[in-house]
Design a protein around this ligand. Structure first.
Ligand SMILES: [Zn+2]
Length: 385
């Protein structure tokens, strides 16, 4: 659909378009709540935006009981263009495509070795974009997730942005992948209803973010959220950051697999389910350590909740039950009942979706970019040159 007018937008219309861009399909009541505009203003503005073709119906809110009238949701009009999110993890790359109405058009993922050099990771990502079958569609923007502190990875991030800008889309942004995963939970997952939360991603390392009113707290050097390097025991084992006894020196995919002598998390989960007492105790101890650190963080920050993500959630209650117990036991009593620990809802695609959230939130990125290129027939050919 093309936007059929160049009529100047009024303030309320801008606010509604911005809200639909950030949070996706919304009812008029939700738009009233998040913009602070009156019902009458939202109603008049949305009807003008519909007449212009900028906004369209996204269907009714799914009814729980299947009876009664359910409110209509509105979304930005789709133009056939897509936004891409790409997460480069330590062990896999994931690509996902979404339209302006927040409908996921496709997702693809490929594994690689921990030591895989960047050019091969990039090539794997480009092959995945090709697999998504987006030929001929405009790519409005790309959001890239990169592991590690973005301040330590400036050269990598800059080079990735340059590569994707020259080959995939004109508008490209990058940020730390754990933070982006938290942002995805804030927009589409377990953090959607939370005013503020601590997001902890339990993977090869322990990263995360503090998210308040939908925005990531960056810190002075853009390095906030390094929960994995909080000291658990100053006399503990050496950590890769140069300190001793960091949370990450006890709790990471590698440390847990090493301690339990398992080759992967799937095999460990089978052993745990079968009642292996020694391995259960190692995993419970990890959960306990995470819970104590999270309780300290939440005591200081007074957030509404905690959202967990990352592959270690494959260990399910074996990890999360002791974690939640230690969390509650180490909060001040009046807070223990108020702050809940939620498991993330997005999981495998969280970092890639977070890339899309990053570009949606960036006011310098235009969704009406008529200069954006289309996906060529032979993307891979162009990409490997
Ligand atoms: Zn450390």
């Amino acid at each position: 659909m093309t936007i059929g007018t160049t009529r100047p937008l009024r303030g309320a219309e801008h606010e509604i378009l911005q809200a639909l861009r950030l949070q996706g399909p919304s009812t008029r009541a939700e738009l009233v709540r998040c913009t602070g505009l009156s019902r009458a203003t939202v109603s008049a503005a949305t009807s003008r935006l519909r007449d212009d073709g900028r906004v369209e119906s996204a269907g009714a809110v799914p009814s729980r009981r299947g009876i009664g009238r359910t409110p209509e949701r509105l979304a930005l009009s789709v133009t056939g263009a897509v936004l891409l999110g790409v997460e480069f993890g330590h062990r896999r790359v994931t690509v996902t495509a979404m339209d302006e109405a927040h409908h996921v058009e496709g997702t693809a993922s490929a594994g690689y070795d921990h030591e895989t050099p960047w050019p091969r990771r990039v090539r794997a990502a480009l092959e995945l974009i090709q697999e998504l079958d987006l030929e001929g569609r405009r790519i409005l923007a790309v959001g890239l997730g990169v592991p590690g502190r973005i301040t330590d990875r400036e050269a990598v991030a800059r080079s990735l942005v340059e590569t994707f800008t020259s080959r995939v889309a004109r508008q490209v942004r990058a940020d730390n992948n754990a933070r982006l995963a938290g942002l995805a939970e804030a927009v589409w997952g377990a953090g959607r209803e939370l005013e503020s939360f601590v997001y902890l991603r339990l993977m090869d390392g322990v990263g995360g973010a503090l998210i308040s009113r939908g925005a990531i707290y960056e810190g002075l050097h853009g390095a906030a959220g390094e929960f994995g390097h909080m000291t658990v025991d100053p006399t503990g084992p050496a950590c890769r950051c140069g300190k001793r006894g960091c949370l990450e020196a006890y709790v990471s995919r590698e440390k847990i697999l090493e301690a339990t002598v398992q080759r992967d998390l799937g095999a460990l989960r089978v052993a745990l389910d079968a009642g292996d007492a020694r391995r259960r105790s190692i995993v419970a101890d990890s959960g306990h350590r995470i819970g104590v650190v999270l309780a300290n963080v939440c005591t200081a920050l007074d957030v509404e909740g905690v959202v967990l993500g990352g592959d270690l959630l494959d260990l399910a209650h074996h990890l999360t039950d002791p974690l939640a117990a230690a969390f509650a036991a180490n909060l001040m009593p009046e807070r223990a009942a108020r702050i809940a620990v939620h498991s993330g809802r997005i999981r495998q695609v969280d970092g890639a979706l977070g890339g899309i959230a990053l570009v949606l939130r960036d006011p310098t990125i235009s969704l009406a970019d008529s200069d954006s290129g289309t996906v060529p027939r032979d993307l891979k050919g162009r990409l490997t040159s």
